[in-house]
Design a protein around this ligand. Structure first.
Ligand SMILES: [Zn+2]
Length: 525
C-alpha cells in the first residue's frame, strides 16, 4: 500500500487545502480534473438554486472551496491552466499571458514550429506544431508520468478545444489532444504522439463535425421559468453578436462553422464524449496498480461569454446544459472505474467581467470601456510630437504595452525615461486606469501581500512582460473590441473561481470559506 501512495498519491499532501483527507485511506486510481473556461464563481452564486444534476452533486457531496482565487492580475486561459497544473506563479512558470513579445518576437503559448512538434497530419506536418516548450517549469502531469513504476504505470491525458488549455494542463509528458481548426478535427503533435492514436482517429471518423449541418439549441427550462428570470438576459445591445443563439436552430455552415459549433452546448457534449472514449481506451489496458489522470478543459463557455457577457441567456443556459452533461459524464466514469475509485475536481481558469455598458446603464458611471487601439495611437502621437519618434509603442497585449525594440535600443537611458514619463502620465489621466508601472519599476516593486498590485508582481516576468503594465479601475475594460466583455482584472469577478473536490464515499458535502489560491491545487493532488 505504501509503495502505491509514494508512486502516485491523490491523498492530500497539503494540509492547507483538505486536511480531512489525510485521514482517508483511499487513493483513487482515476483523477479527473474538469476545468470550465470562464466559469466564474459568481455564476455559482447566482445559478446554484437551479442546478439539478452534476453541479448539484458536486456542491452537495464534494468539498467546495468558496474562496478560491487565481493569483494573478490579468487572468487568461493559458496563464490559468498553467497555474493550476504547475502550482507555480506565472512569474515562475512563464506563461504570463496567452501570447506575449519576447526578444522582439510575438510568442503564442504552445505554438512550436520545430519539426519535432509538428501536428500529426500531412497538412500541418513541418509547417506548424504545438508543444509545452515555453512552460518554464514541470507540472503535475510531468510528475505523475515520472512517478510510473515497472509494476504501476501512470497515464496522463489532457483534452480541450484549445491547444493552450490542453498543453497548459498536460505539460511536456502528459498526452495532449486539442481541436485543430485547419483540419476541423481533434489532433495532437509529435511532441506527444509518434502517430495519431487509433482511438482518436476512430473518434474523429465517427464524430465528424464537418457533417453537422445544424444544432438545435433547446433551452433546458421553459423560457418564462424562474431559472432565467434575471435582469439583462434579453439585453443584446452591447453584445458582440446581435442575434440570439440559445433556443434557436443554428446553421453550421461557411468557413467558420467550427467556430459556430464551438459556441453551442453540443460542443461541450462532444468534448465530454472524447473524454469518455479516452477513458474507455485506457482503462481497458490498465492493471490494478495503474493510475490515470485526465484533464478536461471545456472551452465553449468562454467562446460565448466574450460575445454575450455573463448575464446573457446564452451563458446561463449553457451552464444549465453543463449541469446535466456533467452528471451524465460523471455517472459514466463512475460506472467504468467504480464510484469510489474516482476523484473529480471542478474548477476554472478565470472568471469574467460584466459588460461595462450594462453596468453604466444601471447607474455605475465608473464602469468604462476604453479602446486600446485608439489609446495606443494617442500614446504614439504624444511621443512623435515631443521627440519626432514614430510608432514607438508597437503592440498592446492584455493590459501591457510593448515598445519597438529596434527604436528602443538606439535611445539613451535619459531619453527613454522621458518617454516612459510621458506615456505613464497619459495612461494615468485615463479614468479607466488605476495605476501603471514600467517593466523596471515592477521588477523593483514590493507590495503588501494582500494588495491587488501583488497579483501583477506574481505575473511579472521581466523578459516576457511589457514595457508598460497597467491596472484598470474596477469594471473598466481596455480592449480593442467595441462590444462584449473579457477577463483582465485582479478583481473578484475575474479571479474568483469554483474549486470542488468530489470522491464518492470520501468527500461529504463540506463548504470551506478559507481563502485559497489555485497554486495549491497541484500540490494537493
Ligand atoms: Zn477568455
Amino acid at each position: 500500500m505504501k509503495k502505491r501512495i509514494v508512486g502516485f498519491s491523490f491523498l492530500i499532501s497539503s494540509i492547507l487545502l483538505v486536511p480531512c483527507w489525510i485521514y482517508a485511506n483511499k487513493s483513487p486510481h482515476f483523477v479527473c480534473v474538469i476545468v470550465i473556461d470562464q466559469f466564474a464563481y459568481h455564476h455559482i452564486k447566482r445559478l446554484s438554486p437551479y442546478f439539478t444534476d452534476g453541479f448539484r452533486t458536486l456542491l452537495k457531496e464534494g468539498v467546495s472551496f468558496e474562496n478560491a482565487f487565481h493569483p494573478h492580475g490579468v487572468p487568461t486561459t493559458a496563464t490559468g491552466h498553467s497555474t493550476i497544473s504547475t502550482g507555480a506563479l506565472a512569474k515562475d512558470h512563464g506563461i504570463i499571458l496567452n501570447n506575449w513579445i519576447e526578444d522582439g518576437q510575438n510568442v503564442v503559448f504552445s505554438k512550436d514550429n520545430s519539426p519535432e512538434s509538428a501536428v500529426l497530419t500531412k497538412k500541418g506536418s513541418g509547417k506548424y506544431g504545438y508543444s509545452a516548450k515555453q512552460l518554464m517549469v514541470d507540472n503535475l502531469s510531468d510528475q505523475v508520468v515520472l512517478g510510473s513504476r515497472p509494476y504501476a504505470k501512470n497515464y496522463v491525458y489532457s483534452i480541450s478545444y484549445k491547444p493552450r488549455a490542453a498543453i497548459g494542463m498536460g505539460g511536456k509528458l502528459g498526452k495532449c489532444i486539442w481541436f485543430d481548426k485547419n483540419l476541423k478535427s481533434f489532433t495532437s503533435s509529435k511532441a506527444y504522439f509518434k502517430t495519431m492514436p487509433s482511438w482518436l482517429a476512430r473518434f474523429n471518423k465517427t464524430h465528424d463535425i464537418k457533417k453537422v449541418g445544424e444544432v438545435d439549441w433547446r433551452l433546458r427550462f421553459p423560457i418564462t421559468s424562474t431559472p432565467y428570470q434575471f435582469y439583462n438576459v434579453a439585453d443584446y445591445e452591447f453584445t458582440k453578436q446581435a442575434d440570439h443563439m440559445a433556443g434557436e436552430i443554428i446553421k453550421i455552415e461557411g468557413d467558420q462553422y467550427d467556430k459556430i459549433y464551438q459556441k453551442t452546448p453540443e460542443s461541450n457534449g462532444l468534448l465530454l464524449s472524447l473524454a469518455k472514449t479516452c477513458l474507455d481506451f485506457n482503462f481497458k489496458k490498465m492493471n490494478d496498480e495503474d493510475k490515470l489522470l485526465l484533464w478536461v478543459s471545456l472551452s465553449s463557455l468562454d467562446r460565448i461569454g466574450h460575445i454575450y457577457g455573463p448575464y446573457s441567456l446564452e451563458v446561463i443556459d449553457m451552464i444549465y446544459h453543463l449541469d446535466s452533461q456533467l452528471e451524465v459524464f460523471m455517472h459514466y466514469v463512475q460506472d467504468i472505474v467504480g464510484a469510489e475509485n474516482v476523484l473529480f475536481v471542478l474548477t476554472a481558469d478565470h472568471g469574467v467581467a460584466p459588460i461595462p455598458e450594462i453596468l453604466q446603464r444601471k447607474g455605475f458611471a465608473s464602469a468604462k470601456r476604453l479602446n486600446s487601439t485608439a489609446l495606443t495611437e494617442e500614446m504614439n502621437k504624444i511621443i512623435e510630437d515631443e521627440f519626432g519618434i514614430k510608432k514607438i509603442v508597437q503592440t498592446f497585449k492584455a493590459n501591457q504595452f510593448y515598445l519597438d525594440n529596434s527604436i528602443k535600443k538606439d535611445l539613451s537611458k535619459e531619453k527613454l525615461n522621458q518617454i516612459f514619463a510621458l506615456l505613464k502620465n497619459h495612461l494615468l489621466k485615463q479614468p479607466a486606469i488605476k495605476t501603471c508601472w514600467t517593466n523596471q519599476e515592477m521588477e523593483k516593486a514590493k507590495f503588501p501581500k494582500n494588495y491587488f498590485e501583488q497579483l501583477y508582481k506574481n505575473q511579472f516576468n521581466s523578459k516576457r512582460s511589457g514595457d508598460l503594465i497597467f491596472m484598470p479601475q474596477p469594471y473598466c475594460e481596455i480592449i480593442k473590441h467595441q462590444k462584449g466583455t473579457t477577463h483582465r482584472s485582479p478583481y473578484d469577478y475575474d479571479t474568483h473561481v469554483p474549486l470542488i473536490f468530489y470522491q464518492e464515499g470520501v468527500t461529504t458535502g463540506k463548504k470551506n470559506k478559507k481563502k485559497v489560491y489555485m497554486t495549491q491545487v497541484a500540490s494537493t493532488l
